[in-house]
Write a protein that binds this ligand. Structure first.
Ligand code: ADP
Ligand code: MG
Length: 736
């Protein structure tokens, strides 16, 4: 690693860690357990925190009762058993300023971990024992191992980076820091693919400085700008890959121009239509409510996509109750207007069945021309393709799909297995997208093409009811266009949410249920999640229903809905509830999505803290769907702060996007990214909330580079991006 041209990242990726000094078999293995095989991996293994030795904690200055992090060298270790037979390891630690005793109970291995000469960080509250300051069972980070590990004391002088998980791998943070410093020194100046203009515009330090600043800062002040630049790079690469992927899709796509125009979606209920009007027009004219402004805007965007030459690839986000269904139906009907078919995919069979039922209701009475039937006109055929169908039913649906006799099919993603063939699939709607990943989405599109006699790419609309913060959407769904239903149908009152904390509140809750029922409204009672078993959950719902019917809700007609019931049984119960034959429905989370009974005005959620925030918001969305004031009661005492924060957030806000931000704060990026392929292009340093401005900046830069085809003038970029994708994908993205 010593010729003069500035180093590119991919070159660093080609240098094995075995080329570093002092890295032999054992350390190669240890580094591998941290996912580090080459110098690039090493340089992107970032410190978890720093100790600022310029502001040394004077051990003699520690205050009893406060949390502290101290850094010192082990001077003495002893171990013994207490009178109760517990093992006890006592360690004396000193720095230049003083010393402190550290005690470990029931951790006999600390004696081996902390022999004399080891320097480590210790975190805990400072206690006192017989008048002496002491730490008990602190968190320990070994920085310098017992053998000195080439103890270059100049490195302890200022700011010391602390690397994660090093203890487990049998490596000290000190050793890792040493390898990294050596790599940085030997790599020399690094090539910076981000132009000076962009760096100046967004106040970014150059690449060489960023790596030095994050791993070997002279002052703590150097860390933040270094991190800023590295975060920008993470976002930029990700956004470039997404933009490239998109462009590829567009280049290789055979799109369908569906016969729909913007003014088709401006049709108002009651507008004049004839039997020769398009299905879209007839549907909107016959509907019992007018679209909201947001629905019209979004449908306009969708109509443009559908009519255009490129396949639509769009994410539709809308809070619970914002009215996504009608938007999806309109898109599917546009496919039918062009003589093609539509498919709606749901994540579970239960949801697919619910979609089928509501779709049949909504599209009732619509007919299409069909020269193959007597009279030349027939009702739309909407069918379910589910694992629960009997072989014969399944065969008949399959035959209908390949002949074109079936217009819309509803099912899970099993819809696009090998034996399913369409005559001509025009539009796919995927509901609840967050449960499918990017790869699955791509696979679905491909199948849609291959499985259709007309070998074109169907238009794709992805719907999600879980509001995703804008930043997260840019990362997780960055290859999709985005439409947002940011307006609820008129007349909706915010749901009043109460966290019933004591028996008095709980009493009020059941009184409210009775009150509302007396006014002719309906109530849901949601039973707690039971870990791991739908069967036990069902049992507890059965018991709860019996209990409520005998006590709190005595005299009301109380129904039951859970996941172990058969399809027809469930439908029957939901129908009774819809009609009002049942006043109260005791249910498990099966009702989370899709059940739509506008007369329901109360929902009681038992042990609410067991549910995630997004799920609670979804559940709450089962009420407030009509004009009446609705209520949500959260029952149970959360055992953790997180639980309490979730419940309070729900009390404070009805806005799904706001709640999604809270959720992101509570759970971090990790869970969000679950759906995305894990790999090198993962975000390691970036924090979607804190770094929002950088994400926007990176997005703009990436989009404009890809759009202007600037990458072909800058082979360095291709070189860099190749480091982050596998060879197949790289060949696909960069083939000319
Ligand atoms: P989502 O799927 O987005 O949660 P739905 O499509 O199920 O929402 O719609 C929620 C409720 O609002 C349904 O009862 C639906 O009939 C009703 N609705 C949808 N759009 C409108 C509108 N523009 N005006 C009045 N009611 C509407
Ligand atoms: Mg819905």
């Amino acid at each position: 690693m010593s010729d003069a041209a500035p180093r590119r990242l991919r070159q660093l990726g080609d240098v094995s860690v075995s080329q570093l000094r002092h890295v032999g078999e054992r350390r190669i293995e240890a580094l591998a357990t941290l996912g580090i095989e080459n110098v690039f991996d090493l340089l992107t293994f970032y410190p978890r925190r720093y100790i600022d030795r310029t502001k040394r904690v004077d051990l003699s200055d520690l205050t009893v009762g406060e949390e502290a992090a101290i850094f010192g060298e082990v001077k003495k270790v002893t171990s013994r058993r207490t009178k109760q037979g517990k093992s006890m390891v006592e360690v004396s630690v000193a720095d230049e300023g003083g010393s402190i005793k550290i005690v470990f109970f029931n951790q006999p291995w600390r004696e081996r971990q902390l022999p004399v000469g080891v320097a480590a960080l210790f975190f805990s509250k400072v206690g006192e024992y017989r008048g002496e300051r002491q730490m008990t069972n602190p968190v320990v980070d070994v920085i310098i191992g017992p053998l000195g590990d080439e103890r270059d004391l100049s490195r302890v002088g200022r700011v010391v980076p602390i690397y994660p998980a090093s203890g487990k791998a049998g490596l000290t943070s000190w050793e890792i820091g040493g390898f990294i410093e050596e790599s940085l020194r030997r790599a020399g100046p690094m090539f910076d693919p981000v132009s000076l203009a962009v760096r100046e515009r967004f106040e970014l330090v150059d690449r060489t400085q960023s790596f030095w600043g994050i791993h070997a800062p002279k002052e703590l002040d150097e860390v933040a700008p270094a991190r800023r630049r590295l975060v920008f790079d993470e976002f930029l690469r990700l956004q470039m890959l997404l933009a490239l992927r998109r462009r590829r899709l567009e280049m290789s796509a055979t799109g369908i121009r569906h016969p729909i125009a913007r003014d088709d979606v401006d049709v108002q209920p009651g507008a004049l239509v004839t039997s020769s009007s398009s299905l879209v027009r007839r549907f909107l004219a016959g509907h019992h409510f007018a679209l909201t402004g947001a629905q019209r805007r979004v449908l306009g965007e969708i109509a443009d996509d559908l009519a255009g030459p490129l396949p639509m690839h769009r994410l539709l986000q809308g809070d619970v109750g914002s009215g996504k269904t009608i938007v999806a139906l309109t898109a599917l009907l546009a496919a039918l207007d062009g003589g093609r078919q539509g498919a709606l995919m749901a994540p579970t069979e239960v949801l697919a069945e619910q979609h089928l039922a509501s779709m049949r209701r909504d599209l009732e009475g619509l007919t299409k021309l069909d020269p193959m039937v007597l009279g030349g006109e027939r009702a739309l055929s909407i069918q379910l393709l589910s694992g629960r169908l009997r072989a014969k039913e399944r065969q008949s649906v399959l035959a209908g799909l390949s002949s074109g006799a079936v217009d819309i099919v509803v099912g899970t993603h099993a819809l696009l297995t090998d034996d399913v063939r369409f005559r001509s699939l025009g539009v796919i709607v995927i509901d609840e997208q967050h449960r499918f990943g990017v790869e699955q989405r791509a696979a679905l599109r491909d199948k849609g093409k291959q499985h259709s006699d007309e070998s074109a790419d169907p238009d794709l609309l992805v719907m999600t009811a879980t509001p995703i913060p804008r930043t997260a959407a840019m990362v997780v769904f960055g290859d999709l266009d985005r439409s947002v239903l940011d307006e609820l149908p008129r007349g909706r009152l915010p749901i009043i949410t109460t966290w019933a904390k004591d028996s008095h509140d709980v009493n009020d809750c059941w009184l409210k249920v009775r009150d509302e029922v007396a006014k002719g409204r309906r109530a849901y009672v949601i039973c707690p999640l039971v870990e791991g078993s739908e069967r036990i959950e069902a049992t507890s719902a059965v018991e709860e229903r019996t209990r409520l019917a005998l006590h709190e809700l005595r005299g009301l007609s109380v129904g039951l809905l859970h996941g172990q019931m058969k399809g027809p049984e469930k439908d029957e119960v939901v129908d009774q509830f819809r009609r009002g034959d049942l006043n109260v429905l005791v249910a498990t989370v099966v009702i989370e999505v899709g059940v739509d009974v506008p007369e329901a005005s109360v929902i009681v959620i038992e042990d609410a803290w067991r549910f995630g925030l997004a799920q609670l918001h979804q559940l709450r969305g089962r009420v407030g769907r009509g004009d009446a004031q609705s209520y949500c009661f959260l029952l149970g005492t959360p055992p953790s702060d997180d639980g309490a924060i979730r419940l309070q957030a729900l009390v404070d806000s009805n806005d799904g996007f706001e709640l999604a931000e809270v959720d992101l704060d509570l759970r971090g990026e990790g869970t969000l990214m679950g759906a995305r392929q894990r790999g090198r292009s993962d975000l390691r340093l970036a924090n979607l909330r804190r770094d929002e401005d950088l994400l926007s900046a990176a997005h703009d830069v990436a989009t404009s580079m890809v759009a202007h085809d600037a990458l072909s003038d800058e082979p360095e970029w291709e070189d860099e991006l190749r480091l982050f994708v596998d060879d197949d994908e790289a060949d696909y993205l960069f083939k000319s």
